[in-house]
Design a protein around this ligand. Structure first.
Ligand code: ASP
Length: 307
């Protein structure tokens, strides 16, 4: 694997290899000195063209804990247009001979484009509505840590599926690991034809009591040009997951950031069934494992030329 653009870049064995390695990196993160020399002397560029807290901070920490040199660049999405300026930026940054470029962009397909313009390994940290593969890997990691395996799990993904790159990557990853997936939300927020990904689709919460895991998505107001639900109050009445709708044996996940009181009630967020904190914690170890997977076996560019 040269890049991580989509969960489709990984088969089940590849996912398991990354998660096994993430477990040993999680152990490093528990030490006083949280650093290993694996990527010493390599340069990693984080290019974030869209708001991010968890993903950008965990990629930065992951690179530092592997002893790489890190350059983090942020730019307001609106100031960057899709085509040439991104290409110019990537070409400029290529002067530093980066081993990896981590990119978040509001445009679906941006990571794929960057991979064409650079020799570096490219990691998609979220491209528009398309995919967010490292989020899905950390979600699988969190469930595997808690339950041992995803085999035969019944997972419901609830909310704004239409605008969610997390949903697309999670549907692929959860199924690849043996779970069955149902997506649920108002019909206006369920993409037409989503069943082609192998999941079921439900416009109501009927049947959710059978789920082992409820994965709630954020209402993505910033991606909505029109009104997809009559009102947030009505949305919350029909789809909000609160303790009243959560069975005692069900686990609750959310990629963050949460709109408290919209897709999730405060009591559910703070309940012991919620794995939201564990998901964030898993982010660093899993992103260390992804960087390691892509870079450790790959010679630095100048070494490749010498060889
Ligand atoms: N943080 C996730 C993402 O970047 C989920 C979200 O923003 O709702 O896609």
């Amino acid at each position: 694997m040269n890049h991580l653009i989509s969960i489709d870049d990984l088969d089940r064995a590849g996912i398991e290899r990354i998660l096994d390695r993430a477990e040993s990196f999680a152990e490093v993160s528990g030490r006083d000195i949280k650093k290993v020399p694996a990527l010493r002397g390599r340069t990693i560029v984080n290019l974030f063209y869209e708001a991010s807290t968890r993903t950008s901070s965990s990629f930065e920490l992951a690179a530092k804990r592997l002893s790489a040199d890190v350059v983090s660049i942020r730019s307001a999405g609106s100031s960057v247009d899709k085509g040439e300026s991104l290409r110019d930026t990537v070409q400029t940054l290529s002067a530093y001979d980066p081993a990896a470029i981590v990119i978040r962009s509001p445009y679906a397909g941006a990571a794929q484009l960057v991979a064409r313009w650079t020799d570096a390994a490219v990691i998609n940290a979220g491209d528009g509505k398309h995919e967010h593969p490292t989020q899905a890997l950390l979600d699988v990691f969190t469930l595997r840590q808690r339950l041992g395996s995803l085999e035969d799990l019944n997972i419901w993904i609830v909310g704004d599926v239409l605008h969610s790159r997390v949903a697309r990557s999670d549907i692929l990853a959860f199924q690849r690991m043996g779970a069955s997936v149902t997506v649920c939300g108002p019909p206006t927020l369920l993409p037409r034809g989503i069943e082609a990904l192998g999941c079921a689709a439900s416009p109501t919460l009927d049947g959710i009591s059978e789920a082992d895991v409820i994965y709630v998505l954020r209402m993505q107001h910033e991606r909505m040009q029109e009104s997809f639900v009559p009102s947030l109050r009505e949305y919350a009445e029909r789809y909000q997951i609160g303790l009243g709708r959560l069975q005692p044996n069900q686990l609750l996940m959310h990629p963050g950031p949460v709109n408290r009181g919209v897709e999730l009630s405060a009591d559910a967020i703070d309940s012991p069934q919620a794995l939201i904190g564990q998901q964030v914690k898993a982010g660093v170890a899993v992103r260390m494992a992804v960087l390691y997977e892509l870079l450790a076996g790959r010679p630095a560019a100048h070494m490749a030329v010498a060889a």
